[in-house]
Design a protein around this ligand. Structure first.
Ligand code: TYD
Ligand code: MG
Length: 486
């Protein structure tokens, strides 16, 4: 860094990256934060976020009435009041689960997702749920007309009186309205359509999104209102506009779909009030998003079928076990380098499993292509699913289907032995509930599970799993089956 450039007059100008919002005291050709080139832009003097800058007009207004009484200097952490942690349920259980148990007053949440995925639908349902529960909700839309939203709401159910609607894109006006209404929850759909008149640039620019986000952050904290921001997501997965929005909010939730067809998965990428492991699963219907309280059942294909190459695993998603089907296809390779193609499973993890299968079990997979697909579009990160994947591969290779209604759990070590699986009992109970009759799991855990309603098969090594969990060889697949499933 060049010395002296930050001192004196030069320090007044700030440059920021239009891709990610990263601030630098001087112009830059290459953003060190996000790696983009030629994205530097000069920040307007009024739009500075540096703490030394005087509070701008819009921001100063949203300090709470009793704000002056707040201690200015450091204070003992132990003396800080804790009353603010009580949560209120949203009425949508899957939403509460992702939030970590409900909305915290004064929190700022960002709900991101691709256009058309159902963000507006989800938040309108949330608004209607909260309002039906007696809370005052202000839904601000910058994207749709009153009529459009009314029409959608009528499809979603009864429209409560305490749900207020404002179609507005000017931030000052909407904050004014919010101050008058004093809602318990404020929903902004979307942050990219809001703008402050005193700033240059149209809605959706980095400066506008950042400053509007900041003003809403101050409003949320000062008025102790829960504020939900809808944000559109760009192709590479970032919330469009500055990533700085992700830093300032308390939680970033993503609504994902497409891969799940009519299923929608809500997951937290950041959560100051809870874990980021929990998933909420919804189904998009004619009447809006419906909670799927038993996703395992929804994601499994009919289950009774046992074909070579198919195994069911129980993956732990947060606190919830999720049963997912893994499909493997092993076929003779016609190229010099055999292909290893996975969807929903880590490629390097597959390489490890293949090496273990080759060395510890003696399966000669070196001249075979291996394809792995996880159904439902899930990504398996849980090492407890290793054994299931290994069995699917061996099953396809040997044309020996898994025993019917059998589930396999265990982490596979390099020596081919099975390691313990956390929360085994929870997973097995889920499997039993869905009609599975037999479960293979690490022998070391044999004492942990009793009366689970499944035939328990304790297993020490991967090799043993093959002997105990795979059925008889069946006729080799017809050429039609030899193509990888997408
Ligand atoms: P929307 O909530 O407008 O998406 P976003 O705000 O993320 O852009 O959802 C739009 C899609 O959802 C649209 O393709 C239609 C579908 N949809 C339903 O299938 N059922 C419904 O009840 C509603 C309201 C929308
Ligand atoms: Mg929308």
């Amino acid at each position: 860094m060049a010395k002296g450039i930050q001192s004196g007059k030069a320090a007044k100008t700030v440059f920021f990256c239009t891709a990610c919002g990263n601030e630098q005291p001087r112009w830059f050709g290459h953003c060190t934060a996000c790696g983009e080139w030629n994205t530097a832009a000069e920040a307007p003097p009024g739009g500075r976020t540096a703490p030394a800058a005087p509070a701008s007009r819009g921001r100063a207004r949203w300090v709470p009435a009793g704000g002056a009484a707040r201690p200015v200097g450091p204070q003992p952490l132990a003396d800080v009041e804790m009353s603010s942690t009580e949560r209120s349920a949203t009425g949508i259980r899957e939403f509460d689960r992702v939030l970590g148990g409900g909305i915290v007053p004064g929190s700022l949440l960002l709900v991101g997702g691709d256009p058309g995925i159902g963000k507006s639908t989800l938040l309108l349902q949330l608004a209607m749920g909260l309002a039906a529960d007696g809370r005052k909700v202000l839904y601000v839309s910058g994207e749709e007309s009153e009529q459009q939203i009314r029409l959608r709401a009528s499809r979603l159910g009864q429209v409560p009186q305490s749900l207020l609607l404002l179609c507005e894109t000017d931030l000052e006006t909407l904050l004014e309205a919010a101050a008058g209404v004093q809602p318990d929850a404020l929903i902004i759909d979307s942050i990219q359509t809001m703008s402050r008149g005193d700033l240059d640039g149209g809605p959706g620019t980095v400066t506008q999104v950042r400053e509007c986000g900041l003003a809403l952050l101050h409003y949320a904290k000062a008025s102790r209102t829960a504020v939900f921001l809808v944000g559109h997501v760009t192709k590479d997965g970032a919330v469009a506009g500055p990533r700085v929005l992700e830093h300032m909010v308390d939680a970033v939730l993503y609504l994902e779909g497409e891969r799940y067809q009519h299923f929608r998965v809500l997951r937290a990428a950041k959560n100051r009030f809870g874990s980021t492991n929990e998933l909420g699963v919804f189904e998009m219907l004619e009447s809006g998003l419906r909670e799927v309280s038993n996703p395992s059942a929804a994601f499994l294909s009919d289950g009774s079928r046992s074909e070579p190459g198919v195994a069911v695993v129980a993956s732990l998603e947060g606190s919830r076990p999720m049963l997912v089907e893994v499909q493997a296809l092993v076929s003779t390779s016609f190229y010099g380098t055999p292909q290893r193609v996975t969807s929903g499973f880590d490629q390097r993890r597959l390489a490890v499993l293949l090496a273990v299968l080759e060395r510890r079990v003696g399966l000669k997979l070196g001249k075979h292509d291996v394809f792995i697909t996880v159904t439902g579009g899930f990504k398996l990160d849980d090492p407890g699913t290793d054994l299931g994947v290994a069995l699917a591969i061996a099953s396809s290779f040997k044309s020996r289907p898994m025993l019917e209604r059998t589930i396999a759990l265990g982490e596979v070590s390099l020596s081919g032995e099975l390691r313990r699986v956390p929360r085994l009992e929870t997973r097995l109970r889920e499997a039993a509930q869905l009609g599975f009759v037999r479960a293979g799991f690490p022998r070391t855990q044999a004492g942990d599970v009793e009366n689970i309603g499944l035939e328990a098969v304790a297993i020490s090594t991967v090799r043993e799993a093959f002997d105990l969990l795979l059925g008889e060889k069946i006729a080799p697949p017809t050429p039609r089956d030899a193509e990888p499933r997408p």
